[in-house]
Design a protein around this ligand. Structure first.
Ligand code: ATR
Length: 287
């Protein structure tokens, strides 16, 4: 590093176990870009000051993680239309006068779905969960042309709120349901995206739906959780003959999309593959 080194950073709370510094510092090194990436724990009441301070210091770009993905939007001078609709941003790019916000979580999932050949266009899909992560994913599935989205959540009220927001834009597509009502879904197999926090380490034997019968509806399961590498949800999918993927690629690709926005470059596929292996290694070491 020297006086010319550009800086990007992550703000969130907590940030201590984030893989983003490793992703971006490795990418900068591989791509020969003079950039450093740090993580800052920021309290909610300091988000506005953090963004203003970052601009004053000439920080090139920022990632924003929980719990600030919506709060930070007030401090932006521009927001990408899709991120605006979703109501959450995770990437800020320096523009004249401030920062522009993007949601690269959905770019990450879009790339992962394409790579695993999981087709959403014209299909019916099932989404488990209606929290912050589900919000972006439900919008993405509607945008990708899902015919019907069965949105299953513990609280039907939360599923209803999200459904109404998406349906207002895309027409009657999202059907809010309780997790326990999955038998009301027409018989068949579907792409299923698991967006709840259930099953996250150390609660590795838990899943939002444990009933075996549900897994008869799964054609391909995608869990946004990546620690553990194989969640209970994924294991149940596989035991019922379905393919299953964790959320590591989504995390990697949201990072790559942010890196590309900040630096105006395209990260070669080979680097993505190498990084994925390194991320798997880091998770393994961290338990
Ligand atoms: P995130 O931003 O990671 O999505 P969140 O906004 O807190 O986190 O949302 C968590 C999701 O996990 C919600 O869909 C939540 O369901 P509720 O809306 O009913 O709270 C779901 N969730 C959390 N704990 C759960 C549990 N034990 N069983 C089923 N769903 C659960």
């Amino acid at each position: 590093m020297n006086a010319e080194t550009k800086l990007c950073c992550l703000i969130g709370n907590p940030v201590a176990h984030s893989l983003s510094p490793m992703i971006h510092n490795t990418l900068a090194q591989k791509m020969g870009i003079d950039l450093a990436y740090l993580a800052f724990r920021v309290e909610t009441e300091s988000v506005e000051a953090a963004v203003a301070g970052a601009k004053a210091l000439g920080i090139l770009g920022m990632n924003v993680t929980v719990p600030h993905k919506s709060t930070v939007m007030r401090s932006l001078v521009q927001t990408d239309p899709m991120a605006e609709r979703i109501g959450a941003v995770n990437t800020l790019v320096s523009v004249p006068g401030g920062y522009k916000g993007y949601n690269t979580d959905i770019i990450g999932l879009r790339r992962q779905l394409k790579e695993e050949q999981i087709v959403i266009d014209g299909r019916d899909v099932i989404i488990l969960g209606a929290g912050g992560a589900s919000r972006a994913i439900t919008w993405l599935c509607a945008d990708l042309g899902a015919r019907r989205i069965y949105l299953l959540n513990r609280s039907v009220e939360n599923a209803r709120k999200l459904s109404e927001a998406v349906n207002r834009f895309y027409g009657e597509r999202v059907v809010p349901m309780a997790l326990t009502d999955y038998r009301d879904i027409p018989k068949g197999t579907y792409p299923v995206i698991q967006t709840t926090s259930v099953g996250l380490y150390p609660h590795i034997e838990e899943a939002a739906i444990l009933e075996e019968e549900f897994y008869g509806y799964v054609e391909t399961g995608v869990d946004i959780i990546f620690n553990p590498a194989e969640t209970k949800f994924m294991r149940l999918c596989r035991e019922h003959g379905a393919r299953a993927f964790n959320g590591l690629k989504m995390l990697l690709y949201q990072g790559i999309a942010a890196f590309e926005l900040w630096n105006g470059v395209e990260v070669p596929k080979q680097y993505a593959q190498e990084l994925l292996l390194r991320m798997e290694g880091e998770l393994h070491t961290n338990g």
